[in-house]
Write a protein that binds this ligand. Structure first.
Ligand SMILES: Cc1cc2nc3c(=O)[nH]c(=O)nc-3n(C[C@H](O)[C@H](O)[C@H](O)COP(=O)(O)OP(=O)(O)OC[C@H]3O[C@@H](n4cnc5c(N)ncnc54)[C@H](O)[C@@H]3O)c2cc1C
Length: 379
């Protein structure tokens, strides 16, 4: 699918090889040069419609971009949020908000790379978030805490989900939540940013909101309807991160099958042994199946059709396929799999994230059990 697009992204990624990604991983630094290049070539603003200065591509195209990025050995998580946060603004933002921000996002002048939903006391139960935005005249004043909010130091704008009506005062627990476009450049000390050290190079933070003021015109859509808006962003996120997992899986399969053909032990290539061959073949089949599901999810999402089941299922299938591929590659490389020089251990750590985030796979099983198969709700 979309072969020219794939080839253009591959060409860019070839300039950022294993050595580059190992260095930023070791230094825990931000891959500035890579993100700059992706921005300048227009890939990070690819979803911005033509009327606002972008190429107006769809989620299916963005999926292919992120898949190729991860397949090359790169790590999309430094910048992928610009693509999935975009759908909240594109689908629910006002014309004025789009005019103000989209052209500058398309040109690379502004980055929209932060998405603030998760909270320490709510976890996967999003409707329990307690960060509160109180309307005071022409602005909202925000107090509360978020956790694992990534790329804040590398973004100008952030999509924020907050309560605007307390949970015990709404009819449905999904009511009373609102979405805001926060200008991080103007936030100053009203947002405390505390970096969280993780096992991967993923700049993520705890945020403390202490009287952050957001002008009313930066609320996206209607007050109290934010849960619905954020779900469209979350479906895009699931499809796009599934694509990263598909890319990761193919990275492991590409490298491990090549290595299995070359590494000779007991006078024959290790890949001649079915114990080495079969796990890689199985991971490949699972990856192709996940990609087919991802394609269905992306085309439904782009057509504006309900895509919740497919978005969730493709995220599950792709992250599990990548994790199988990661383990099969580790086994194929033997001791060298653990040696940083070969890149497998870095990707292994990076691929593990997707079983947990942006939604843990248990929650996807619950969603499918309840929403798709009609069984009783467990949460
Ligand atoms: C590196 C990193 C970056 C992230 N970036 C962002 C970001 O930019 N923005 C953002 O908003 N969030 C971000 N997150 C947060 C991420 O989305 C959450 O960690 C994830 O949704 C899981 O929430 P939790 O960690 O609170 O786990 P919990 O909700 O505490 O769950 C813990 C475990 O319990 C299981 N569990 C909970 N309830 C049930 C149930 N009813 N049935 C079965 N199992 C259950 C879960 O499956 C999980 O295995 C990031 C996380 C990480 C690690």
């Amino acid at each position: 699918m979309r072969e020219e697009l794939r080839e253009a992204v591959r060409t860019l990624c070839r300039r950022f090889g294993e050595e580059y990604w190992q260095r930023v991983d070791r230094e825990r630094s931000y891959p500035d040069a890579f993100v700059r290049e992706l921005t300048e070539q227009g890939w990070l603003g690819c979803l911005v419609p033509a009327e606002y200065g972008g190429p107006g591509l769809g989620t299916a195209d963005a999926s292919v971009i992120l898949e190729e990025v991860n397949r090359s050995g790169a790590n999309s998580s430094a910048c992928h949020a610009q693509m999935y946060t975009m759908s909240v603004l594109l689908r629910h933002g006002s014309v004025q908000q789009k005019r103000e921000y989209l052209p500058r996002i398309a040109s690379g002048e502004l980055r929209l790379q932060a998405f603030a939903v998760t909270e320490p006391d709510a976890g996967s139960d999003t409707t329990r978030i307690s960060t509160f935005a109180a309307l005071r005249g022409d602005r909202y004043v925000v107090h509360g805490r978020k956790v694992f909010i990534s790329r804040v130091q590398h973004s100008d704008l952030m999509i924020l989900l907050a309560r605007t009506t307390p949970r015990d005062e709404v009819q449905r627990r999904t009511d009373g939540l609102s979405v805001f476009l926060v200008d991080l450049r103007a936030a100053g000390s009203a947002i405390g940013v505390h970096p969280i050290d993780t096992m991967i190079n993923h700049e993520t933070n705890e945020l403390v909101f202490d009287g952050l003021e957001i002008p009313v015109e930066n609320r996206i859509g209607e007050e109290g309807e934010g849960f619905r808006y954020i779900l469209s962003g979350m479906n895009a996120e699931r499809i796009l991160l599934a694509s990263e997992s598909i890319g990761d899986a193919m990275y492991f399969i590409d490298h491990a099958s090549a290595y299995a053909g070359q590494r000779v032990v007991f006078d024959r290539p290790i890949g001649q042994n079915q114990g080495v061959q079969f796990p890689l073949a199985e991971a490949y089949i699972r990856t192709r199946a996940a990609a087919a599901l991802r394609d269905v999810a992306a085309s439904k999402f782009d057509a504006g059709e309900p895509a919740g089941p497919e978005a969730n299922m493709c995220k599950y299938a792709a992250s599990e396929a990548a994790w199988r591929a990661a383990n099969a590659a580790m086994d194929t490389f033997g001791g060298y799999g653990l040696s940083a020089e070969y890149g497998i251990e870095r990707k292994f750590r990076e691929a593990r994230l997707y079983l947990v985030a942006p939604v843990s796979n248990n929650l996807i099983l619950s969603y499918v059990g309840h929403h798709v198969l009609g069984m009783p709700r467990s949460y």
